[in-house]
Design a protein around this ligand. Structure first.
Ligand SMILES: [Zn+2]
Length: 111
């Protein structure tokens, strides 16, 4: 039983339209829909499922550029503009600088 799906031999399927799960994964995509066709080779001994490229969705796993930009954003939140260093914790928003600078400015304010 083929389930009514189109069946392609090796290199018969249009790669612009169809892709295997592995091909999609190589492009950081995942099948966004059901199996659209079957790829059969070695006289029917081997087969793989084909998915429509236009239904493919980006994987939810973070990519390295995403991780890097997140790390940069976090680093920016740890950077104190007053003493110009990464203080190792996220700066309190209401101060806008690190606790050391805050304490120093508190001290300078009181006579
Ligand atoms: Zn500081």
């Amino acid at each position: 039983m083929t389930g009514g799906l189109p069946v392609f031999g090796w290199n018969q399927a249009d790669r612009r339209v169809y892709a295997t799960r592995r091909q999609l994964a190589a492009e950081r995509l995942s099948p966004g829909g059901p199996v659209a066709a079957r790829l059969v080779w070695r006289k029917g001994k081997r087969e793989a499922h084909l998915y429509l490229r236009r239904q493919a969705k980006p994987k939810r796993v973070m990519t390295w550029p995403q991780i890097e930009s997140l790390a940069k954003a976090l680093a920016a939140r740890r950077y104190c503009p007053d003493c110009r260093r990464d203080v190792g914790y996220c700066l309190p928003r209401r101060y806008g600088h690190c606790f050391d600078c805050h304490t120093a400015s508190e001290r300078s304010r009181t006579p």
